[in-house]
Write a protein that binds this ligand. Structure first.
Ligand code: SAM
Length: 285
């Protein structure tokens, strides 16, 4: 079955009494070249075990299944389970796991269901859970790479070079653990129903070790988040609000000792600057 043909999808979903849900970010791919390109970009091969989030009717799942050793796809919408039972029947290496990806123990899932394979992630993400799902995948789970289709502006921010105004605290958090790159754009017409925004594929490859060394990682992240708390203010003022136990003069001294201009904004700093700054601030505790 052509899982990207709008008429076939409509007929298939209609037969199963399925209705699209906006709240579950259900926009299915309707150009077969797109899921094929995303699956190729994930670099999945026979040694890989792929975690897919939100298989929908299975357009990307089928492409992944033809490349990977195994595909485990987590689907929240129970109404899609009979649809997937039909569309995934030709692929014995696909396992559908019903549930909410945000509630599952992904480390246990990878250890149990993808044992012996290199675990990676590939998905056309539901827009509404992009940040929590990436946070979950990046911070703790064992996945070597994450290749995801998401809102174009978000993908751009997450791949923005460190110290550029396009980035933010979450971009730097992600880049602390992963190397990120923006691969290609997917216009809204390639989805059914068509969303109001365009999309792009972001690829994240886990670093051997975090991008910078930190003596106190929790404090490093507190400083990083604090720098973006008052985005339109200077770094010093934003940090003074975020770290009320630090004298403002102490923060000014640390910023100067890092060789940063007095009026610099947080968005101009790279991870190495945050590592130095948090180490200097920590010295004065
Ligand atoms: N992979 C399909 C495709 O590319 O055509 C569908 C992608 S659609 C953007 C997102 C899918 O994620 C939907 O199937 C939706 O039901 C599912 N979904 C939404 N929230 C989810 C969650 N928290 N956990 C697992 N799946 C979820």
């Amino acid at each position: 079955m052509n899982l990207c043909n709008q008429d076939s999808i409509r007929a298939l979903l209609g037969r199963h009494g399925f209705h699209f849900s906006k709240s579950m970010g259900q926009n299915f791919l309707i150009d077969p070249a797109v899921p094929a390109a995303i699956a190729a970009a994930s670099q999945a091969d026979g040694n890989c075990g792929v975690l897919e989030i939100g298989p929908g009717a299975g357009a990307l799942t089928a492409e992944l299944a033809q490349r990977a050793g195994k595909v485990v796809s987590v689907e929240l919408d129970g109404a899609l389970l009979p649809v997937l039972a039909e569309t995934m029947a030709p692929f014995p290496n696909v396992e559908i796991v019903p549930g909410d990806v945000l509630k599952l123990d992904l480390e246990a899932l990878a250890a149990g269901k993808l044992a012996g394979l290199t675990p990676i992630v590939c998905a056309n993400l539901p827009y509404n859970i992009t940040t929590p799902v990436l946070t979950k995948l990046v911070g703790s789970a064992p996945f070597r790479s994450v290749t995801v289709l998401l809102q174009k502006e978000v993908a751009r921010r997450l791949a923005a070079p460190q110290g550029s105004p396009e980035g933010g605290a979450f971009s730097l958090y992600l880049q602390y653990y992963m190397e990120t790159s923006l691969l290609f754009e997917v216009p809204r017409e390639k989805f059914f129903p068509s969303p109001k925004v365009d999309s792009a594929v972001l690829r994240c490859v886990r670093r051997e070790r975090p991008a910078v060394e930190t003596a106190d990682e929790a404090f490093f992240f507190r400083v990083l988040r604090g720098a973006f708390l008052l985005r339109r203010k200077t770094l010093v003022n934003s940090l003074a609000s975020a770290l009320p136990e630090w004298e403002k003069s102490r923060i000014q001294e640390a910023v100067a000792a890092c060789g940063l201009p007095e009026g610099v904004r947080g968005e101009r700093l790279a991870l190495a600057d945050f590592a130095r700054l948090s180490a200097l601030l920590a010295e004065g505790r």
